[in-house]
Design a protein around this ligand. Structure first.
Ligand SMILES: NC(=O)c1ccc[n+]([C@@H]2O[C@H](COP(=O)([O-])OP(=O)(O)OC[C@H]3O[C@@H](n4cnc5c(N)ncnc54)[C@H](OP(=O)(O)O)[C@@H]3O)[C@@H](O)[C@H]2O)c1
Length: 343
């Protein structure tokens, strides 16, 4: 089979090589998938830049999610899936390939009509959003919820899930086009963080409405935005941290230290008195140590999609030869929604 290897950290046009390699074996609890397309994730950009500790060693095959057809099932797999079924899957790397094997609990059926970008978005971005918004926190009618990178893959689905639960949604994004999209999906308060300080905008709202503060924040940015967010939380508020994309803009060790300092320091006691919670989420750890949770989350995500509660945004499909262009676009914040790469 062919696979795309990450051979070098750095710029997208020098980082990848398509190579011939053996098809992956099928482990006892694994399903092997013939891949139609694989999805891109922001973590892939961080891996390419050498900023992702969990990434496979070079030369290695990245890739968290694929859409394709079941090719083979391991002997201990207990699943209704059979050879030829169309599926989406969360892969523990190895997704940038024509075939990939992955734990059967990360594989769920998907309809033939579902496009590659939307399908792969359901696996990683959808699963992550569902786990955070449906399992790690509860969102109730009237709750005030802030979503950062709201026009992105995970962010847009978080907005939709929060809205479906009746929340008042604030979403930050970095361009007018992204803000227009946020309005189109019903985000009540789209905020362009490049022109407005999100914390000031929201604080003004809190003051004007004499509300308790934010109930839930979803933050993949890290650094300063966490410290600012923590202050905006009301009693009972929860801040869910699931990334540190601001690290990618920090070009030297001093700016990295600045980002790290920006998070703030929280003694556990400082959470008790104001009754606030900080929650960290890493879906790799969930996939590794709670495969049954992952399975429940993926089935729940596809169910929300089938019921049209969530509509993942397609950021387009690129042929594998243009992977470098797609990677650079994701790194440079030019994308909206999920990008899929077709074989
Ligand atoms: N913890 C987990 O298990 C998990 C799982 C999946 C994803 N994630 C994290 O969730 C976030 C979203 O992932 P995604 O794949 O759905 O990507 P995405 O949101 O579609 O793309 C990233 C977006 O983040 C925003 N951004 C803010 N600061 C940035 C920076 N310094 N550099 C680049 N982009 C920046 C940009 O939007 P604006 O133009 O609006 O700023 C950009 O378009 C990422 O941080 C990712 O690492 C975490």
């Amino acid at each position: 089979m062919r696979a795309v290897y990450l051979v070098k950290n750095g710029k997208a046009d020098q980082a990848f090589e398509i190579r011939e390699t053996e098809n992956p074996q099928v482990g006892a609890l694994e399903i092997r998938i013939k891949v139609e397309a694989f999805g891109l994730n922001f973590a892939d950009v961080m891996a390419r830049l050498g900023m992702y500790p969990d990434a496979p060693e070079k030369p290695g095959i990245l890739g968290y999610d694929v859409i394709g057809h079941v090719d083979a099932l391991g002997p201990d797999v207990s699943s209704e899936l059979k050879e030829g079924d169309r599926v989406i899957a969360l892969t523990r790397f190895g997704g940038y390939a024509e075939y990939v094997s992955t734990d059967f609990r990360g594989v769920v059926p998907i309809g033939d009509h579902v496009g590659a970008a939307k399908g792969t978005a359901l696996a990683t971005q959808g699963g992550t959003a569902y786990y955070m918004a449906r399992e790690m926190v509860n969102i109730y009618t009237g709750d005030h919820v802030l979503v950062h990178a709201a026009a992105g893959g995970v962010g847009s689905l978080l907005c939709q899930m929060a809205k479906a639960n009746g929340a008042v949604v604030y979403g930050t994004a970095g361009s007018d086009k992204k803000l227009e999209y946020l309005s189109s999906i019903g985000v009540h308060h789209p905020i362009n963080y490049r022109t407005d300080d999100f914390a000031k905008v929201i604080q003004k709202h809190i003051d004007q409405t004499e509300s308790n503060g934010l109930d839930v924040i979803f933050d993949p940015i890290g650094g300063n935005s966490v410290r600012k967010g923590f202050k905006l939380l009301g009693s009972g508020g929860r801040l869910v941290l699931f990334g540190a994309s601001s690290m990618t803009s920090a070009k030297n060790v001093f700016s990295k230290l600045n980002v790290a300092r920006g998070f703030g320091i929280y003694h556990p006691v400082s959470l008790i008195s104001p009754s606030k919670a900080l929650i960290g989420v890493n879906m790799l750890r969930i996939a590794d140590h709670r495969p049954d949770t992952l399975h429940r989350v993926m089935l729940g995500t596809v169910d929300l999609f089938n019921k049209e509660v969530i509509k993942p945004l397609s950021g387009g499909e690129y042929p594998v030869e243009e992977l470098n262009l797609a990677h650079a676009a994701l790194e440079n914040r030019q994308t909206m929604g999920k990008i899929a790469i077709r074989w």
